[in-house]
Design a protein around this ligand. Structure first.
Ligand code: ATP
Ligand code: MG
Length: 352
């Protein structure tokens, strides 16, 4: 029997991934990599929604993200690495899916609204920005996955993607309106209606203590940061607390990180002493936190360093090329089946 499928991915808006990616999605990818047939996508076309004038940067970021995937332990032999720009079926399905989503629904999407606000996009963002939410439905459905491991910020997008799958199956595959989402594939639907799988920490807060940790907001600890930089970034966190005997907020940014990165029992002990003002200074917590995070990141840093320079770039480019080949086989099959269902197909084409 074939394995169930996973699709998930990252946008190359920065040179690498951060701790939010790790707890929100990468941990699940690692855990599920052998049980599932996994497709990991770099959304390099979507990076143009905010960085259209920086193509070199997007290219370098793409390489950087794939290096991080390898450093974390994603395996290009077991899984398929997908480069969005080289999968024509994704672009074609984006246009077709755009007919199945009401325009107003896209514009009301809470994830898009938050991004417009936090990234300061104002009124001048390109048409392609809201369009990326539709594109993401195509990224996902092209690979007909069962599960999408993501952080909480992506829930609205996955919901939209589920709507598209349901509508497509009902409109073009004869699936009845009362068939439950879980049974669509069995009932003849082309697309399984995929479920979001939210990470251990659904939304890791950024170093600013306000927004989610984000590549684009300058509030992130990156997986490749040096041990010194990690500690420096943590030391700069402000909690407003004055002395080790002040009762602290057990939900502030520092304590959220304690929760996420320090072992359960010790985290609970630190949190209760912190809340009680039991002689526990922010400085001590920061030191212990820095050590725990560095312990987690050290093996990744070592593997990332092995991929430094031109040789690493060439190796990663090769991995990307092989991934594209594998991905296009599935993508072309999905496109063909979708076009057939929509009565659009007049002759199969071959992509080499
Ligand atoms: P950008 O700021 O450019 O949007 P990002 O940091 O949000 O970048 P994405 O590439 O948009 O990163 O997201 C990749 C994946 O990581 C998504 O599944 C997203 O939900 C998850 N993710 C991103 N940030 C966090 C976070 N702070 N906590 C939990 N999951 C996160
Ligand atoms: Mg994002």
């Amino acid at each position: 029997m074939s394995k169930p499928r996973i699709l998930t991915g990252d946008t190359p808006t920065s040179t690498g991934l951060h701790l939010g990616h790790y707890v929100g999605s990468l941990e699940n990818r690692l855990k599920l990599q052998s049980e599932y047939d996994c497709y990991f996508l770099v959304a390099n076309v979507h990076a143009f929604t905010t960085l259209a004038d920086k193509p070199e940067q997007i290219r370098a970021n793409t390489i950087g993200i794939v290096k991080d995937w390898l450093a974390v332990g994603l395996d290009p032999e077991a899984s398929t690495f997908v480069l969005q720009s080289e999968i024509p079926a994704i672009a074609e399905l984006t246009f077709l899916f755009a007919m199945l989503i009401p325009f107003n629904k896209v514009m009301r999407n809470p994830t898009l609204k938050t991004e417009i606000e936090t990234k300061g996009l104002g009124e001048t963002y390109p048409f392609g920005f809201p369009m990326y939410a539709v594109g993401q439905c195509a990224d996902i459905l092209t690979f007909r996955p069962d599960l999408v491991p993501v952080g909480e910020d992506q829930e609205a997008h996955i919901e939209m993607c589920r709507d598209v799958a349901l509508k497509f199956n009902q409109m073009y595959c004869g699936v009845g309106n009362r068939v439950p989402a879980d049974e669509h594939a069995k009932a003849g639907g082309l697309f399984p209606v995929p479920k979001a799988k939210i990470g251990r920490i659904a939304r890791l807060v950024g170093l600013d203590g306000v927004n989610k940790m984000s590549k684009s907001l300058g509030n992130a600890i990156f997986l490749y940061d040096t041990a010194k930089d990690v500690q420096k970034k943590i030391n700069k966190i402000t909690t407003g607390r004055q002395s080790p005997t002040d009762p602290g907020d057990a939900n502030n940014v520092l304590m959220q990180y304690v929760d996420a990165f320090i072992t359960r029992d010790r985290a609970d002990e630190l949190k209760s002493r912190y809340a009680a003002g039991d002689n526990l200074g922010d400085g001590h917590v920061k030191q212990e936190l820095g050590e725990a995070i560095n312990l987690l990141l050290e093996p990744m840093r070592v593997r990332r360093a092995q991929l430094d320079g031109d040789k690493g770039d060439a190796l990663v480019t090769d991995v990307i090329r092989r991934g594209i080949k594998k991905a296009n086989v599935v993508a072309e099959e999905t496109l063909l089946l979708a076009k057939r269902a929509m009565k659009l197909e007049f002759g199969a084409r071959v992509i080499g």
